[in-house]
Design a protein around this ligand. Structure first.
Ligand code: GAR
Length: 210
């Protein structure tokens, strides 16, 4: 059974999708969420973890002087946890090479756009949807990818497109992308990792058929 650690910073609706997926048997006996780490004290995601009976830890970003010191603290916590899979679920802090070296191709992130559009430094949360609407795209969506040193640049595991409507605001587009894409493809990607069905060759991720 793989030990799954989930990193969060906010509301935690993606964490909730993972909790519900585990409860519904999606990971069968191959995976279990054993720890939630939040970069922010008081994040609602922590309440979701507590309600589900999952241990959690707050490692506040503001308590560390720089990305290196913060990455060390998070990496140490994940090593101590013996995490097999690390999921960034609305985790709004960029970590450095120390963590990708410690967990190569064991960490995944959900991003609320179709990478390589609207991604990289500065593209997070509602900003992503604001930019998509500014550009007038007719399709957006979500991507689950491996976390590498390059922000939002790791091998893509799953993507799902979602229609953009004329009347959309960043908030309505965010909601539709969460409901129709993120909350589906994130648990599905975790299932694929639990079943050892994702391989990476020359920077390209491939999902093996069942
Ligand atoms: C989600 O839309 C997630 O894709 C996005 O933040 C939101 C977090 O919501 N993540 C990023 O933008 C990371 N670059 P949640 O806390 O309710 O899961």
């Amino acid at each position: 059974m793989k030990r799954i650690a989930v990193l969060v910073s906010g509301g935690g609706t993606n964490l909730q999708a993972l909790i519900d997926a585990e409860k519904n048997g999606l990971f069968s006996d191959k995976g279990k969420i054993t720890l939630v780490i939040s970069s922010k004290d008081g994040a609602y995601a922590l309440t979701r973890a507590e309600t589900a009976g999952i241990p959690s830890k707050v490692i506040p970003r503001k308590d560390y002087p720089d990305a290196a010191a913060y990455t060390r603290a998070v990496t140490d916590a994940l090593i101590e946890e013996k995490a097999d899979i690390v999921v960034y679920a609305g985790f709004m802090t960029i970590l450095d090479k120390q963590i990708t070296d410690a967990f190569p191709y064991k960490m995944i992130n959900v991003h609320p756009a179709l990478i390589p559009s609207f991604c990289g430094k500065g593209y997070y949360g509602l900003h992503v949807h604001e930019e998509a609407l500014k550009r007038g795209v007719k399709l957006s969506g979500a991507t689950v990818h491996f976390v590498t040193e390059e922000c939002d640049g790791g091998p893509i595991i799953l993507q799902k497109a979602v229609e953009v409507k004329n009347s959309d605001t960043p908030e309505t587009l965010q909601k539709r992308i969460m409901e129709q894409a993120e909350w589906k493809i994130l648990p599905e990607a975790v299932r694929l990792l639990c079943e050892d069905r994702v391989s990476v060759n020359n920077g390209i991720a491939t999902v093996k058929d069942e």
